[in-house]
Design a binder for this molecule. Structure first.
Ligand SMILES: Nc1ncnc2c1ncn2[C@@H]1O[C@H](COP(=O)(O)OP(=O)(O)O)[C@@H](O)[C@H]1O
Ligand SMILES: [Mg+2]
Length: 300
């Protein structure tokens, strides 16, 4: 069981307190059946928004999202609920387990929602937890497990209903390097064993290197796709680095101009104080993130 994904000109705009943030600005993406794809990029570039839309947890303002021959943006609430339950397994950065339930109960939960029998649920949950190397910890609550173990339980939860699509949002973001390596390896093994389509947002090169392709997001768009081999040369190659630094600096100049315009609009009384302040903070925030990115490249 697997499926392909196609995003066409996807736009997502958040509106909060009179301020618009364009999280996805005409994003295009094609993922093959059974592919493992990594998505990298600075924070705020729209990675989580993209996963939430593909996972049916959020709707775009424009564009098309085809999953397995169907445009999920046309789904109503009921269809979306079914879609999330049957087709998507989500792995989050903060594990997202229910603290009052044991590991096995957490894994059984999605199967309860699908109406599986008690025996069937227990059997599959035990199988999955064993596969995750947690056969002796099935009755522990999340608080009695390490971060890496909790993430393994969370992966078992995501696999419970055997969805053809696995989405993971910075699944090693909260883990130390050694544990991250293990989880990265687990994703690779699962991908090889189960032939599911996987999209993994990550800052973690050890995961990205296991993917078939790596997409880099910047500012609400996918700006390039690389193979792991290209990623390696790109990380090391001075000319590619220069290219990226030049683009980031150009974007920063544009943002500084936007701030100038905002300030002059405000001085002329064209916009409200509240709008000015929140827009100003947002633009500054993006500049800070660009500066952070720039630091990475100037260090290497
Ligand atoms: N619920 C929301 N309301 C308003 N703005 C949001 C919301 N979620 C995300 N954003 C904004 O959308 C942009 C993309 O965010 P996100 O998808 O979380 O990026 P990433 O996961 O790459 O860090 C950011 O500027 C962020 O501040
Ligand atoms: Mg995110």
């Amino acid at each position: 069981m697997s499926l392909y994904i196609q995003c066409k000109d996807v736009v997502k705009i958040y509106r909060a307190g009179g301020v618009k943030t364009i999280a996805l600005r005409g994003l295009n993406l094609n993922i093959k059946e059974g592919e493992m794809r990594a998505v990298v990029g600075p924070s705020g570039s729209g990675k989580t928004t993209l996963l939430n839309i593909i996972g049916g947890m959020d709707k775009p303002d424009a564009g098309v999202v085809i999953v397995d021959n169907e445009d999920i943006t046309k789904y109503g609430e009921k269809e979306l609920h079914e879609y999330r339950l049957r087709k998507v397994g989500f792995v989050f950065q903060f594990f997202n387990l229910i603290p009052t339930l044991t590991a096995i109960e957490n894994v059984e939960l999605p199967m309860i929602l699908l109406g599986k029998s008690r025996e069937e649920r227990r059997k599959r949950a035990i199988e999955l937890l064993k596969r995750m190397g947690l056969g002796d910890k099935i009755d522990r609550k999340p608080g009695q497990l390490s971060g890496g173990e909790q993430q393994r339980v969370a992966i078992a939860v995501a696999l419970a209903n055997d969805p053809p699509l696995i989405l993971a949002d910075e699944p090693t973001g909260e883990l130390d390097t050694a544990t991250s390596r293990q989880i990265a390896l687990l994703f690779r093994e699962l991908h090889r064993e189960m032939n599911k389509t996987m999209i993994i947002v990550t800052h973690d090169l050890s995961i990205a290197m296991y993917a078939e392709k790596i997409s880099r997001m910047e500012d609400g768009q996918i700006i390039m796709d690389m193979t792991p081999a290209e990623m390696e040369t790109y990380v090391l190659s001075p000319s590619k680095t220069e290219e990226i630094v030049a683009r980031l600096e150009a974007r920063k100049r544009d943002l500084l101009k936007e701030i100038e315009k905002l300030e002059s609009d405000y001085k002329q009384g064209l916009i409200e104080t509240e709008v000015f302040v929140s827009k100003y903070i947002e633009l500054k925030g993006i500049i800070d993130r660009i500066d952070e990115e720039l630091k990475k490249y100037t260090l290497t």
